[in-house]
Write a protein that binds this ligand. Structure first.
Ligand code: UTP
Length: 291
């Protein structure tokens, strides 16, 4: 099982980040010096992915423009001796083979993934949500790919979340696997459960490795929570038909689609940046002293 392809659903409306996302896709908001989606593409590439499909919509063409060449800008930068900037501009267009498909109606994450059917064909593929970024030593997608390959199974990324948070996620029913601390077998799941409905506090968080069997399932999955076609409803069927594991991944996940997650990620990524990090640390310390 070799995972060469990835799908990044990025066609959501971004209603939690308005008014900024009225005209700028939330995936294009700057996180330190790069748009959010570049971190996700870089994680996919660092995990061995070669071809990436971004699911977009009519308001998100800024994404395909960003991953294209900009010869006029590069020429000007080179002429002015701004070699580092020219290199950064070129590099962002050379990261991977990036393809695009539009989700013509915002019918939910499951429907967005279904749009990848022709791109994926019969291969296993990774899914990286377009607004979830990860800070990890080993790329989170690679952690899932390794587990999927080891067990010949689909894989979902998970972490334990607090009691009051699980109702915002999908809750997993899991069983231990011999000699594994962080990988579990998945037998069931439910989307945005009430405290009584939840299986566990293990929530699915933003990363998946799936087989093409999901497409036929999604095609027949009726709208679920919020009137949208939910990926979780499709995965629930898939985990009963074929093996699935959950990987309690090492690393921190940030939901940049809400303001708090976006600010946390901005600060954490800026603090680890060699150039801006030391300045930001001093700035925060000075601010804290003034409180
Ligand atoms: P989210 O629920 O986090 O994003 O979807 P959203 O739909 O933009 O939500 P609000 O408006 O901020 O609450 C999870 C992922 O699924 C994608 C989103 O782009 C995000 O990456 N998505 C969601 C689609 O591609 N299509 C959809 O119809 C819904």
């Amino acid at each position: 099982m070799k995972v060469r392809k990835a799908v990044i659903p990025a066609a959501g409306l971004g209603t939690r980040m308005l008014p900024a996302t009225k005209t700028i896709p939330k995936e294009m908001l700057p996180m330190v010096d790069k748009p959010v989606i570049q971190y996700i593409i870089e994680e996919a590439v660092a995990s061995g992915i070669e071809d990436i499909l971004v699911v977009t919509n009519r308001a998100k063409s800024a994404m395909d423009d960003y991953f294209d060449y900009h010869p006029e800008l590069e020429e000007r930068l080179l002429k002015n001796g701004k070699f580092k900037e020219a290199e950064a501009v070129r590099m962002s267009a050379d990261l991977a083979n990036i393809f695009y498909v539009r989700q013509k109606e915002t019918k939910g994450l499951g429907h967005a993934i279904w749009r990848a059917k022709r791109f994926v064909g019969d291969e296993p593929f990774a899914v990286l949500l377009g607004d979830d970024i990860m800070m990890a030593n080993k790329p989170v997608t690679k952690q899932l790919v390794d587990a999927a390959e080891k067990y010949g199974a689909c894989a979902v990324g998970t972490q334990l979340v607090a009691d009051e948070a699980i109702s915002r996620y999908s809750s997993l029913k899991i069983q231990p696997l011999p000699h594994e601390d962080r990988i579990f077998r998945v037998s069931d799941m439910n989307e945005k459960p009430t405290p009584e409905e939840k299986f566990s506090n293990y929530a699915i968080l933003g990363r998946y490795v799936l087989t093409s069997g999901i497409f036929d399932i999604l095609e027949h999955t009726p709208p679920g929570y919020g009137g949208e076609i939910q990926l979780t409803d499709g995965l629930r069927t898939l985990c009963k038909q074929s093996p699935m594991v959950a990987v309690d991944f090492e690393g921190r996940r940030y939901d940049t689609g809400n303001l708090k997650g976006f600010l946390e990620a901005t600060i954490d990524f800026a603090l680890t940046d060699g150039e801006i990090g030391p300045w930001l640390r001093d700035f925060i310390i000075d601010k804290a002293k003034g409180l």
